[in-house]
Design a protein around this ligand. Sequence first.
Ligand SMILES: Nc1ncnc2c1ncn2[C@@H]1O[C@H](COP(=O)(O)OP(=O)(O)O)[C@@H](O)[C@H]1O
Ligand SMILES: [Mg+2]
Length: 284
Amino acid sequence: MTPEDPASPAPPPDREERPDQLGQERRSGHPEHDETLDRLERAPEHGGESPLVVVQGLRKVYRSGPKEVVALADVSFEAYPGELIAIRGRSGSGKTTLLNQIGGLDRPDSGRVVVAGRPVTELPEPGLLELRRDVVGFVFQSFGLIPVLSAAENVGVPMRLSRTPVTERDERVRMLLSLVGLEKHMNQRPYELSGGQQQRVAIARALANRPKLLIADEPTGQLDSQTGRQIMQLLRALVRSEGVTALVATHDPALITLADRVLQLHDGALVTPDPSPATAPAPA
Ligand SMILES: Nc1ncnc2c1ncn2[C@@H]1O[C@H](COP(=O)(O)OP(=O)(O)O)[C@@H](O)[C@H]1O
Ligand SMILES: [Mg+2]
């Protein structure tokens, strides 16, 4: 359910009726892929609902000269529609590497990722471009806004890339900026906005093309704790209102409470999250 629904009873069919990729990209002839699709269709363990994200046996090793760093070691998990998952772990634990493989920004050494029925790890470059444009919205620690463009123009960029008609684009820009509480600031450039406001613009931009998955890599890392908390609360509310799934990397323990689920990374592997530092086992 999107907030503009009551105001626009007849949404443009090309955007609202995006085909369910599971139905569209059925059999691939690739045995592993077909096996994943079968599991996506069954998914009995989550009320019969299919996972939006499937990560299986993901491994990524960085090599610099003779030195090898295992950034991801056999990471597997699934994320279901509408879930907000916090990915936690100290600096260097593999959070960014994991999110980059899921969003199609980088390729793993082995393992696979399926997002909304699309086999991300097997997609050729044009398929990855489309994935990043239409299926996944990204939010980064450093906001990543274009300095010479206004807030409204920044939010409009993904819709220019997807050739959304101009009136629809303007309407959605306005709606998104009001959703993040910035309708009064739409003509300001990034340098005329606070850090928290810039991140709100970036979040609005990430939602522009109605992504199914929102990937946020330490979205509050450059903000003070109070502003950071507001941004996380905004993400929490948007995941509910827009019906997206969100993967949010953070090492801020105060933000974990807002997540539906926490995945903890340690040296590139998923581990069972500690309930709290106080109850963690003492070192032997
Ligand atoms: N491009 C790269 N080249 C070499 N090593 C890298 C590269 N990117 C990340 N690493 C290493 O991989 C590990 C995981 O990094 P990263 O995913 O950025 O962790 P996090 O986001 O949790 O801080 C770290 O040891 C890091 O130094
Ligand atoms: Mg990182």
